[in-house]
Design a protein around this ligand. Structure first.
Ligand code: SF4
Length: 179
């Protein structure tokens, strides 16, 4: 068994605000999440190798997730000026992406087969090669938790880590399944 306290410290050093244990057995994939992907509100559906439909069926995603037993939940929390602070939201999302990239690079050195899940489409390349050519960085690409069918707030609740940190805060969430 790996030293999870050391991995949590590593995650915090990459910039995350909060890190918690993730028990893969608690994770459920839900058809309604996949249906909401298909509505394309996030403009990522069918545009990226890590989003539906390219990321696989819900059953394939569930199989991928449940090859693992344990991992970490990774959160970046920030304070917004008000509910219309879109600049603050974008800045926070960008910071969370940077934390995910930093942590992914480190964790993959130790656990090359770790499954890393962020939020939104993969942003490793300015323009994704999908669907015309294979992924440029198959070892570095990462799906969103939602793309795999997860309800992020539920995953946090089932693993006893808050999702809401008080008025005016916003939290972006990712996770890694390690072993
Ligand atoms: S690494 Fe590049 S090509 Fe591969 S999924 Fe991410 S953005 Fe697309």
């Amino acid at each position: 068994m790996s030293d999870y306290q050391e991995l949590k410290d590593l995650a915090l050093s990459c910039g995350f605000s909060h890190v918690g244990d993730l028990d893969a057995d608690t994770i459920q994939v839900r058809p309604e999440v996949r249906e909401s992907c298909a509505e394309n509100k996030c403009q990522s559906y069918n545009k990226n190798w890590v989003c539906p439909p390219a990321c696989g069926t819900l059953e394939e995603c569930s199989q991928k997730i449940h090859q693992y037993k344990k991992g970490l939940i990774l959160q970046t929390t920030g304070q917004l000026e008000d509910s219309m602070d879109f600049e603050g939201m974008m800045e926070l999302a960008e910071n969370h992406g940077k934390h995910m990239d930093r942590f992914s690079d480190e964790i993959r050195k130790r656990f090359p087969h770790a499954l890393i899940l962020g939020d939104g489409q993969c942003k490793r390349c300015k323009v994704c090669t999908y669907p015309d050519a294979p992924c440029r960085f198959p070892d570095k690409k990462s799906s969103a938790m939602e793309a795999m069918g997860m309800v992020v707030s539920q995953v946090c609740a089932d693993n006893h880590i808050p999702y809401y940190y008080g008025p005016g805060t916003l939290t972006y969430v990712g996770c890694v399944l390690i072993e």
